[in-house]
Design a protein around this ligand. Structure first.
Ligand code: C5P
Length: 357
């Protein structure tokens, strides 16, 4: 029996980017949030003498060879389990390709979960959360192979509201924000992520933003996020206690306060921003206009928050009521912009839905 797994999208509730690093990546501080909108990934697998992988999709833009993230993940998964198998994966696309919604990365994790269920590997369906105190252990092999496949893949092993650090692959579950309505606008323009990072590098050079200065800024921001989301790191595991990875030092501190309760209650406040907007909106002014339509600032229908997601080109708005979200969809439609009405998806629901289409 094939196994079908929902493969949910993510948005970024703020994304702060550092200056370029010598390894070609950029340090990030971001909060990922999974959404109800999803692709469907169906996996059939049986043990065999030799491994073979076949990918099909209803969308011709999806690569069907080893460039596909699901392929890369299944290859690594089989190596991890120490087995060979004949694997068939069908990706039913509903999410935009290269939209900044992590669709390809989510497909990779869904394929791994489907593979585990098919081969009856013990992990199937079980959320792998970092150990108490958010220490990522060396045994978190699924997190490791996910990080090899892409920086924004590991987040999909956790789901809900997640802090992302380092190049985005270092993930820490945060207390879930209360579910809110979300409108995702999918403009027709495409944005290449590597190009957006190159534009960011030019921006850093022009602004004179050094590695050192950006490291200080990112550290402050990760502290601000930690206090905003409140109470998720046991005291004993904060800075200075043994066995805690260096990044945990930046997510300790005062974990309560009015900002925290506001953020957790409504999900969002106005201080969070996506650095990519600074370079992507310059290249694509139409995207800034779509953000204005989503935000509808100063009106009773104003979004809690509106932003580019990742490097785009998708943008999102978050709303307290369905009516406000529907009004945003109508504004976009009048401007000829496609959109999807969805909701943010908290962790328990994310896991409740993983194995049931
Ligand atoms: O990790 P992933 O394969 O998703 O990254 C794709 C490209 O995006 C990388 O090769 C790199 O150029 C850029 N990137 C980056 N900094 C990050 C994540 C990605 O520069 N934190």
């Amino acid at each position: 029996m094939p196994t079908t797994v929902r493969s949910h999208a993510k948005i970024n509730l703020g994304l702060y980017i550092g200056a370029p690093r010598p390894d070609g990546f950029h340090a990030l501080v971001t909060v990922y949030q999974t959404l109800e909108m999803h692709d469907l990934v169906t996996v059939s697998a049986r043990h065999a003498a030799r491994t073979s992988i076949r990918i099909t999709s209803n969308d011709r833009r999806v690569p069907t060879d080893s460039r596909n993230t699901a392929w890369k993940m299944v290859e690594r998964g089989l190596q991890l389990f120490g087995v060979s198998a004949e694997v068939e994966i069908h990706i039913e696309k509903h999410l935009p390709v290269q939209g900044g919604l992590g669709a390809g990365s989510a497909n990779a994790v869904a394929a791994l979960i489907g593979l585990e269920a098919e081969l009856q590997m013990s992990q199937a369906g079980a959320p792998e959360l970092p150990a108490p105190g958010y220490r990522l252990t060396a045994s978190s092999r699924r997190l490791e192979i996910s990080a090899q496949v892409g920086s924004d893949v590991p987040l999909f092993l956790i789901g809900g509201t997640i802090l992302g650090l380092d190049r985005g692959q270092e993930v820490y579950p945060l207390p879930d924000i209360e579910p809110v309505w979300c409108v995702v606008a999918t403009p027709s323009v495409g944005v290449s992520t590597p190009q957006a990072f190159r534009d960011w590098d030019a921006h850093c050079a022009a602004e004179g933003l050094t590695q050192e200065a950006s490291a200080v800024k990112l550290k402050e921001l990760s502290r601000a996020y930690a206090s905003a989301f409140a109470g998720n790191i046991p005291k004993g595991r904060q800075a200075g206690s043994s066995g805690v990875p260096p990044h945990s030092k930046t997510v300790g501190g005062d974990l309560a306060g009015p900002l925290g309760s506001a953020l957790v209650r409504t999900g969002i406040t106005s201080w969070i921003a996506n650095d990519f907007e600074r370079v992507v909106f310059r290249q694509h002014p139409s995207l800034a206009e779509i953000k204005r339509l989503l935000a509808s600032s100063g009106t009773p229908e104003a979004a809690l928050h509106a932003s580019l997601s990742g490097s785009g080109s998708a943008l999102f708005g978050l709303y307290l009521t369905r009516e406000m979200a529907e009004a945003a969809c109508a504004r976009l439609q009048a401007a000829g912009v496609a959109s999807t009405l969805t909701r943010t998806l908290p962790r328990p629901k994310y896991w409740g839905q993983m194995l049931q289409p």
